[in-house]
Design a protein. Sequence first.
Length: 151
Amino acid sequence: MWGSERGFAMPAIEESRGDAVGRRQAIGVAGAAVCGLALAGCGAGGEETAPAQSIKGQVLARTADVPVGGGTFVEQWKIMITQPAEGVFKAFSAICPHRGCSVGSPQDSVMTCPCHGSEFAADTGKCLKGPATAPLAAYQVKVEGDGIVVV
């Protein structure tokens, strides 16, 4: 019997063979795979920030590379190092919590996400303007010699 006789375009699959995959099983497996891919795509987008354990003790940048009132983007770990005041260094995830774009270097003590305009304080990472609602993740850093190191 053809499935089209019952209103379907697919021929019926004989179920007499024990090792044959039935239409319902095939559709179920395909549906589960699609759901898994859809859930995997629900992340924030972009690459995630490296876990703190992998960067602990690492020199992120040199103090001379971070201007007072400005910042330096560390591509390898997607981290923004700022120097809001002379000799004060801060480090934040450069990944905007709204959609995962990388924020820009500070201008007038504010880091701005180029994708949707969210703004973050260069000294605290606090969200100043949405659409983001969460702050940038902060890393504790210290100066060792001329390097800025994650503690």
